[in-house]
Write a protein that binds this ligand. Structure first.
Ligand SMILES: Nc1nc2c(ncn2[C@@H]2O[C@H](COP(=O)(O)OP(=O)(O)OP(=O)(O)O)[C@@H](O)[C@H]2O)c(=O)[nH]1
Length: 388
């Protein structure tokens, strides 16, 4: 088997060009940061295709010009790919590091090809830079490996680890063989694996980018369906799902869950007086106030309008009443500000306890609702608890 560099470059270049066009035209409808990352990856693929075509056809240029131009295109493509990956993952972009690595690679490879030609040193230098590129990508992907919903991140993470291992293998064999091959075209085992993977690299990396993008879209959709856009707390669907999880845990531990239904008093008059936008800001402050009073394992969600539900696992009636009272008094003590003036807001709270024996949270929710109704009838700004 003879490994022909020109053929490899041609296959790579063609592949990169087709993928660049697919990525570019396939992402024309979006404009968020992840889509911009995909477009940048498409631009990187175009540069890569340019570099490969220069190597493949050499355009009657001198060998030196082919090398310098090919490297300029390919190293710029690598720098762009680092930034593109970070854009998709919404990490800091690290433009400077990516460009510095590209420049260092270009200078080193040029020196070791022209001024002081040395194949092994050139491979070593190129490999060090490629490993640094991979490390930059690994640092962006690192957080993904620990979570369940980031399998694509994890997959890419291990792909880059394997790439570093391959670079190490290539260099170890070059420096330990008695007669090291003087070029990538010599069919040693490591060269064959290396060339095959380099040949598939545009495709593999692009599939990785698309898997990542798909994962991000899925997560965004999941959040959109469960997070209230105004206040940032979970909505009804999120609350139903969280209730089921909490109830299962409560059953296992034979514990109960505290339910608080919190409703802002006379909120319509706030909207009528100050307008809907200021009303929204008051709701945000109210949520911040409620959150400040909760423990780390308590949950708050928006049931609708100016009504919020708190689920507090492993509490007894006394603790639940104390929590409700803390929330009520915190809201009462914290006025909201509009146009430099401060105004008071109060809440009424209905409380109920759900035991692990209940099939779902609906009955406890209804009891909390009835208690909230009692609180409103009792003049508002108070807490009422329903008997279990
Ligand atoms: N600004 C704003 N107002 C909202 C939102 N959702 C519901 N509201 C308003 O909340 C008000 C609720 O009014 P009511 O149900 O009459 O209750 P209330 O005025 O708080 O009176 P009580 O609950 O009886 O104390 C209405 O004016 C709704 O328009 C929202 O997202 N933003």
């Amino acid at each position: 088997m003879h490994l022909n560099i020109e053929t490899l470059a041609l296959i790579n270049g063609g592949q990169a060009l087709v993928l660049a066009l697919m990525l570019w035209f396939g992402t024309r409808s979006g404009s968020n940061r992840a889509v911009k990352g995909l477009r940048l990856r498409a631009a990187a693929l175009l540069l890569e295709a340019g570099g490969d075509f220069i190597l493949a056809f050499d355009f009657k240029l001198s060998q030196l010009a082919v090398l310098l131009m090919g490297n300029t295109f390919n190293l710029s493509a690598q720098a762009l790919t680092i930034v593109a990956l970070r854009m998709v993952l919404t990490r800091s972009l690290r433009w400077r590091e990516a460009l510095m690595l590209g420049l260092a690679a270009w200078l080193g490879v040029t020196y070791l090809s022209t001024v002081h030609p040395d194949y092994r040193m050139r491979v070593l230098w190129g490999s060090i830079i490629l490993a640094c590129n991979a490390l930059l990508n690994l640092s962006a992907l690192w957080g993904g490996c620990s979570k369940q919903d980031t399998r694509a991140q994890c997959l890419l993470f291990w792909a880059y680890v394997l790439a570093i291992a391959l670079l190490a293998w290539r260099n170890i064999s070059l420096w330990t063989l008695d007669t090291p091959p003087q070029g990538i075209g010599v069919p040693t085992p490591v060269n064959i694996v290396y060339v095959l993977l380099i040949g598939l690299q545009p495709l593999l990396a692009s599939v990785g980018f698309l898997l990542l993008y798909n994962e991000i879209l899925q997560r965004d959709l999941y959040d959109l369906a469960r997070i209230d856009p105004l206040t940032g707390v979970i909505n009804r669907l999120g609350l139903v799902e969280a209730s089921d999880v909490l109830l299962t845990k409560a059953r296992a531990k034979n514990e109960s869950i505290g339910v608080l239904l919190i409703d802002a008093d006379h909120f319509k008059s706030i909207n009528d007086r100050f307008g809907h936008d200021d009303g929204d800001r008051v709701l945000l402050e109210l949520v911040a106030n409620i959150r400040r009073m909760l423990r780390s394992n308590d949950l708050v969600g928006r049931v609708g309008g100016e009504e919020f539900l708190v689920l507090s696992p492993s509490v007894k009636e006394g603790d639940l009443l104390a929590l409700a009272e803390r929330i009520r008094s915190a809201v009462e003590r914290t006025p909201f500000h509009i146009n430099g003036q401060s105004y008071a807001l109060t809440v009424s709270i209905g409380a109920a306890i759900a035991t692990g024996n209940e099939p779902d949270m609906m009955a406890a929710r209804r009891r909390a609702d009835a208690a909230l109704y009692d609180a409103k009838r009792a003049g508002r700004n108070c807490v009422k608890i329903s008997p279990t």
